[in-house]
Design a binder for this molecule. Sequence first.
Ligand SMILES: NC(=O)c1ccc[n+]([C@@H]2O[C@H](COP(=O)([O-])OP(=O)(O)OC[C@H]3O[C@@H](n4cnc5c(N)ncnc54)[C@H](O)[C@@H]3O)[C@@H](O)[C@H]2O)c1
Length: 287
Amino acid sequence: MLLMKDFKDKVMFLTGAAHGFGRVIAIEAAKRGMKLALFDIDEPALKETVALLGDADVLSKKADVTKESEVNAAIDATMARFGQIDLLINDAGIALPGRMWELPVRDWEWILHVNTMSQVYTMRKIIPIMLKQKTHGAILNVASIAGLLDTPGMPAYHASKFASVGLTEATAYDLQRIGADIQMHVMCPGFVQTDLYHTEQHRPADYADASDPYYQSEAYLKGQQFAKYVITNGTPIDTIADTVFKALENDTFYILTHPEYNPLITDRVSRIVNNGKPDVHVMDGIM
Ligand SMILES: NC(=O)c1ccc[n+]([C@@H]2O[C@H](COP(=O)([O-])OP(=O)(O)OC[C@H]3O[C@@H](n4cnc5c(N)ncnc54)[C@H](O)[C@@H]3O)[C@@H](O)[C@H]2O)c1
């Protein structure tokens, strides 16, 4: 299998390009001479990203990744403009803290659509495009360390990110079975300083119901504070884009950015195979 080493003139399709990881990945891709197809629900911030990309060849459009029709339109627009897609990065994501039994069903559906179903929508359509191109392709799904480890307080985020990890691993098997020239990656970072705690600002109208008392409840307000605390106390974002491109160059499947969590991953696997169970005390001092 070839590796993605030379990025010049390759086409990247990126969701979540307006803020955080997406923005720094777009900047690094532009520096490497890639052609960029950038999508996000936040159009003004997406324009700010584009303004940072110098004279790169860029297609940027508003797209809500919870809607298959908007994802399909984004893919069609990319093919119409560039005629190919070499690198797919599924970065769009939201964080919704809240206990399993308190978080409204609409919020469960929202997070599963942004963090998981959007990756299904893009891959279902872009993998056949890559296979038909007969050129080397790469797909990187941004999951989270929350897709490898559980913690208290955000079961919906964990469910969406465990699904993203499983989806990426299982797709990698199927691509290997057919001998596809597509390298796969799943990124599993710990907390990084981004706008992720601003999730409420990206709530599509069809997932909103301001009359639901949940959004005035203490549980909701505490969840918002929790999200702000963990994200603002995360590590700086400056190494993220470099980490992404090194992983693409080296074919690193699991992209881990916070090695301090590795013992917890080992501990979880050990509990599974040794008839153990989740123990919240393991999280004392961590979450
Ligand atoms: N920051 C962290 O600590 C951290 C840790 C692990 C994983 N992640 C993951 O990294 C990815 C990027 O997050 P970030 O930290 O850069 O946060 P961010 O909020 O800065 O960026 C997320 C982007 O997704 C976009 N988005 C949200 N809903 C959308 C929708 N319906 N359609 C299209 N775009 C939408 C937002 O507008 C934003 O530009 C996410 O998948 C997140 O879960 C972040």
